[in-house]
Design a protein around this ligand. Structure first.
Ligand SMILES: [Zn+2]
Length: 394
């Protein structure tokens, strides 16, 4: 079957309820438990926008009890997840409602796993220092209500958590972490500020671009990624320019969910390993911003390997460069999309990153997230990763 690549397993058990206003049907669904831990961010927006009140009302109408955990930061930390898990256990919560963006959904997954399997969260992860023990119990069921179009975490079985003591930012994976329900309601995304709309939209884009040029692709994943890439190229600039453009928000939400399926299917590549190393050392760096910063150098490197020239030409066309004839035209298209979304001049130095850290970061990318580095068609060497970081530095 190698000629066609039509040899795969695909199973995403999450029931997705997609469309404007879908939060309003939550109360009609069978609930996966009797008492929910609602997980939100440590910021103001989930309350200020009324999303928390609306979700609590849905749970009231569904006849389930709930308590709140509102301490999750961006790039969520191991200690926060462990604290949330303790709150869930101490209050006998038997399911989790994740209400927010990628950080919230990621942290909720770690909470769900650790609530059912007490002890050090790192007992159950891989990476460099995790013990990789099997879990004794399934994680608590999760309902994911996503308020951003970025990580695709609402339809995958992983959550990214940072351990600041060991500088590990890694994915916690478990088949029981697929949300039971994903509510993808673009009306909840209208309030995301332009800059974060761009960061999140590019994260979704890179999930699909990486899957498309990675070694694990197949015609099914291609179909998801091609639609996601074309959609993001067309609608991200609109969602960035006018957050209330509900068509653009809905199309971006759709592209993000497709990119999530792409990750379930074929994973990401070294670009994500390298970015995780950057934000493992610099907690304030948003994931999407880190990816944008390294993306031109990363994809230029892959182009120079000549491992999938036609795919880069196709991606250039999907991003709107319809006259593309050579792989380098993809870089032109990528830069032009970054410019249209106001993120063409992000600087590592603005986030306190220093070139003296690059060697350690390249080592970290391989030690912590080496699995993704094997998904490039021609895996990068340590020196090549350092070179990508140097070329990305401003
Ligand atoms: Zn990502």
């Amino acid at each position: 079957m190698t000629q066609t690549n039509l040899d795969f397993t695909f199973a995403v058990p999450t029931q997705v309820f997609f469309g404007a206003g879908k939060l309003n049907i939550l109360h009609t669904l069978p609930m996966p438990g009797k008492k929910a831990l609602i997980v939100i961010s440590n910021g103001k927006s989930t309350r200020a926008n009324g999303y928390l009140d609306r979700t609590e009302k849905q749970l009231d109408d569904a006849g389930v009890a709930h308590i709140l955990f509102d301490k999750v930061q961006a790039n969520p930390l191991k200690a926060t997840a462990e604290e949330g898990a303790k709150v869930a256990r101490d209050n006998n919560c038997d399911f989790i409602v994740a209400l927010g963006g990628g950080s919230i959904m990621d942290c909720s997954k770690a909470i769900a796993l650790n609530a059912a399997n007490p002890g050090d969260l790192w007992d159950y992860v891989g990476g460099k220092t995790g013990k990789n023990k099997p879990t004794e119990k399934n994680p608590l069921p999760i309902i994911a209500i996503t308020t951003t179009a970025g990580t695709g975490s609402e339809v995958d079985s992983g959550g990214v958590i940072t351990n600041p003591e060991t500088h590990e930012k890694l994915g916690i994976m478990h088949p029981g972490l697929f949300p039971v329900y994903a509510i993808v309601d673009p009306e909840l995304m209208a309030t995301v500020p332009p800059r974060f709309t761009a960061f999140q939209g590019f994260d979704a884009l890179y999930h699909s671009l990486e899957g498309y040029v990675g070694r694990a692709n197949n015609p099914f994943s291609d179909m998801l990624e091609e639609t996601a890439i074309r959609t993001i190229g067309e609608y991200l600039p609109r969602a960035y320019s006018n957050g209330n453009d509900m068509e653009a928000r809905a199309r971006m939400a759709f592209a993000n969910t497709l990119s999530g399926y792409s990750m379930d299917f074929v994973g990401c590549t070294a670009e994500h390993s390298i970015e995780h190393a950057l934000s493992a050392y610099h907690q304030d760096l948003p994931h999407g911003a880190g990816l944008i910063i390294i993306s031109v150098a990363y994809f230029s490197k892959i182009i120079s390997q000549h491992v999938c020239n036609e795919r880069f030409i196709t991606m250039a066309k999907l991003l709107g460069n319809t006259n593309a004839t050579k792989p380098e035209d993809f870089i032109t298209a990528l830069k032009s999309l970054q410019k249209a979304c106001g993120v063409d001049n992000l600087k590592m130095s603005d986030y306190g990153i220093n070139p003296s850290e690059f060697d350690a970061m390249a080592t970290n990318a391989r030690e912590v997230m080496g699995g993704l580095m094997d998904l490039d068609r021609q895996p990068l060497t340590h020196d090549e990763v350092v070179e990508i970081l140097n070329k990305s530095y401003k």
